[in-house]
Design a protein around this ligand. Structure first.
Ligand code: HEM
Ligand code: HEM
Length: 292
């Protein structure tokens, strides 16, 4: 399933939301909640590491990892390595972030794993780890057979989106839970901090929506034509090699594209035999680009 819209617009909006969210969560944890610390007598500073690492790790770096395929104009193999490394960083930050929540509970004599947020959180980190190991073994090293890869990639994408969406949803529940704790202590329900926390959660959810849209939308395809154009100048024959570049959505290429138009023009002028290569340089669906 794909939306017939260029993915770059979604990716651009997602970057703005990601930046806004990093600033918002840092302002909340540092300015309003007293800062971050791994060792402290004020144990709430240890807790503060939890939302910061969960948001920057699983949600933002995880989201950026997912958008790699659509966002970067690089070869598929390189994008796969970037996707893998970013997911590894996300996973490690997620594990440290959850450890910080446990550390805070243990040092404050609070029970562990009593909430829906905590249970779903453990499920998410376990699934994230399994998805990463499967991705690494099947798509990267040692790599499954091409049949296994092509049959399981839709599952990988589908499950990846579910795990990512659960992380986004669970982060929103986490904000709600912490804010409820703070409000039942003494925090003003309509105060600046309460608004900041609620808006951070809203921006988090919006970011998640834009990441999912980017996956469902069309990749931008840059086609590099290299044509030989020979022209006679006076007595001499000069062969000029020059590249044509055109940007189009995959859907356009399949139907009424700039590529086709150009090729038709060349055909009319009897220039088609001069086309020497068409290189899709920015597509993760190279195999579905028509070959001429
Ligand atoms: C992907 C995102 C997140 C995951 C996977 C996650 C996971 C977890 C886990 C597993 C625990 C249990 C720790 C224990 O029992 O000792 C926990 C606790 C907690 N988390 Fe998160 N968390 C996430 C994001 C957030 C965010 C953004 C906040 C916002 C403040 C938050 C607030 C809390 C709170 C208040 C607790 C302690 C109460 C409880 O255990 O439910 N979490 N989280
Ligand atoms: C070692 C780790 C991983 C490897 C090697 C890997 C590999 C891949 C490959 C080969 C694709 C297909 C790209 C295409 O042809 O369209 C893909 C897409 C995707 N992966 Fe992974 N993956 C890994 C980890 C993960 C994790 C942990 C998640 C999420 C929790 C995830 C979520 C996704 C999503 C949502 C897509 C779809 C991207 C798009 O089509 O725009 N991946 N991955």
């Amino acid at each position: 399933m794909a939306i017939g819209v260029n993915s770059l617009a979604f990716i651009a909006v997602a970057q703005v939301l990601a930046l806004a969210r990093v600033v918002m969560v840092l302002v909340w944890c540092i300015r309003f909640m007293g800062g971050l610390a791994w060792e402290a007598t004020d144990k709430s500073l240890i807790f503060n590491i939890h939302p910061v690492l969960m948001l920057i790790g699983l949600v933002i770096i995880g989201g950026e990892a997912i958008m790699t395929y659509k966002a970067l104009p690089l070869k598929k193999e390189l994008k796969k390595v970037i996707h893998m490394v970013l997911h590894a960083i996300a996973l490690v930050l997620g594990i440290i972030g959850i450890y910080a929540a446990f550390k805070f509970h243990n040092e404050s004599s609070i029970a562990n794993l009593y909430s829906l947020h905590a249970w779903v959180g453990i499920g998410i980190i376990a699934l994230y780890g399994i998805q990463w190991i499967y991705g690494f073994l099947i798509f990267l090293f040692p790599g499954g057979s091409s049949a296994v890869r092509s049959e399981t990639v839709p599952w990988h994408i589908f499950l990846g989106l579910i795990i990512f969406s659960l992380a986004v949803g669970n982060a929103a529940i986490g904000f709600l839970e912490k804010l409820t704790f703070l409000e039942s202590a003494s925090l003003a329900k309509f105060g600046a901090e309460a608004y900041l926390v609620n808006f951070t959660a809203i921006v988090t959810v919006l970011y998640g929506v834009f990441v999912v849209f980017s996956v469902l939308s069309q990749p931008v395809v840059v086609v590099n034509f290299t044509a030989i154009n020979d022209e006679y100048y006076g007595m001499g024959l000069f062969i000029i090699l020059f590249p044509y570049r055109t940007k189009a959505r995959l859907q356009d290429l399949m139907t009424n594209s700039a590529l086709r138009t150009t090729l038709e023009e060349w055909e009319k002028d009897d220039l088609l035999h001069k086309l020497i290569s068409i290189k899709p340089v920015m597509s993760n669906n190279a195999e579905s680009i028509p070959t001429f």
